[in-house]
Design a protein around this ligand. Structure first.
Ligand SMILES: Nc1ncnc2c1ncn2[C@@H]1O[C@H](COP(=O)(O)OP(=O)(O)O)[C@@H](O)[C@H]1O
Ligand SMILES: [Mg+2]
Length: 342
């Protein structure tokens, strides 16, 4: 692992156990986040992106459960050069230590800002409450911090917005308020779960620029989740490509875009619309559909849709995520022979 990392997720496994069967929503995910780094997690809907970050924050609800692996995180109180990691996987999700980490070290911009904001309280009330939850200051000081943060994320006339309700705001403004709320505690790790999916392309670009700027000014690390590789190219330093609860490939964005190794990454890149595509030409799609999580095939999860499928190999053994070259790692038998032990 990267000894510099503030977060190192190792072989994380999260399952949902129901009467109908067990879903391995996250099935051995590993990646590192260095201080100040933007890591993008990309993959089709349902591949386990949200469950991965909910596992890190320890907010997975029953019947979901983190059943294996390590979530090594370096909290602020251990100092910038501290070497002490806390394994979040071993903490009680509702316990004091985990609540402190959620309030002070790791902040989340959730996938559904409308659901995360209360419709019956003003924006101001919600921001002030969030500040006062973690800092012992009076209402007036909390209001000042809230207004300051809204200014920082580009909410126009923030003083007036304090008395507005979430449903009175446009999608883009609501997203900015969510970002302001996430920044209230000056986190060292910000997790953004598809923050731009629900907003139009122009606003999306503004929000991406904003997050990039905030990352620099606050020197915080960001985990950015999206199903859109185009967005990853704009914001991320490193990318983690997920498929059916597993990491298919990971490495620096430049390497992955110029030299994708996994057939799934290649297929994803092939389905991005490009300026070279002649108009009306149908976009390439990835053959087949994602199998139902209960009917997960044995072997590599991608083999039923893979163009380079090797019968007798890919359907029997599951390739491990192995380092290839200096920075890139891939779980594919086209590139190495190392299989997951059962
Ligand atoms: N509350 C839940 N109950 C049962 N299964 C769930 C639940 N939430 C997620 N899952 C399972 O976990 C998989 C991954 O979900 P999720 O992480 O939300 O995907 P995404 O990559 O779109 O964020 C889903 O396909 C589903 O099978
Ligand atoms: Mg999701």
């Amino acid at each position: 692992m990267n000894t510099n990392a503030i977060l190192s997720v190792r072989n994380l496994k999260t399952r949902f156990t129901m009467d109908e069967g067990t879903t391995k929503a996250v099935d051995g995910v590993s990646f590192d986040v260095a201080p100040g780094q933007v890591v993008g997690i990309v993959g089709e809907s349902g591949c386990g992106k949200s469950v991965t970050i909910k596992s890190i924050l320890r907010i997975v609800q029953k019947p979901g459960e983190v059943v294996g692996g390590e979530i090594l995180f370096r909290p602020q109180r251990h100092g910038e050069n501290g070497t002490d990691f806390v394994d979040l996987a071993k903490l009680d999700g509702r316990g004091k230590e985990m609540r402190t980490i959620r309030g002070n070290d790791i902040a989340l911009i959730p996938q559904e800002p409308m659901a995360a904001l209360s419709p019956v309280h003003t924006i101001g009330n919600q921001l002030v409450e969030a500040v006062q939850l973690h800092r012992k200051i009076n209402k007036r000081q909390a209001e000042e911090i809230a207004i300051e943060r809204m200014k920082e994320v580009g909410v126009p006339s923030p003083e007036e917005r304090m008395s507005a309700y979430s449903w009175e705001l446009s999608g883009g403004l609501r997203q900015r308020v969510m970002i302001a709320m996430a920044l209230l505690c000056s986190p060292r790790l910000l997790i953004a779960d598809e923050p731009t999916t629900a907003i139009d392309v122009t606003t999306q670009a503004q929000v991406l620029n904003l997050l990039r700027g905030l990352q620099k000014n606050h020197d915080m690390a960001i985990i950015f989740i999206t199903h859109d590789l185009g967005v990853i190219a704009q914001v991320a330093d490193d990318v983690v490509v997920m498929y059916l609860g597993r990491v298919m490939e990971t490495g620096p964005v430049d390497d992955i875009f110029h030299n994708p190794l996994h057939p799934y990454t290649k297929a994803l890149l092939g389905s991005i619309p490009s300026i070279h595509t002649t108009s009306r030409e149908p976009l390439p799609t990835i053959e087949g559909s994602i199998p139902h999580p209960f009917n997960r095939p044995a072997g590599c999860p991608f083999f039923p849709r893979c163009a380079a499928y090797m019968p007798g190999k890919c359907d029997r053994q599951t390739p491990k995520l192995e380092r290839i070259g200096e920075h890139q790692s891939v779980s594919c038998f086209l590139h190495h022979e190392v299989a997951e032990e059962i």
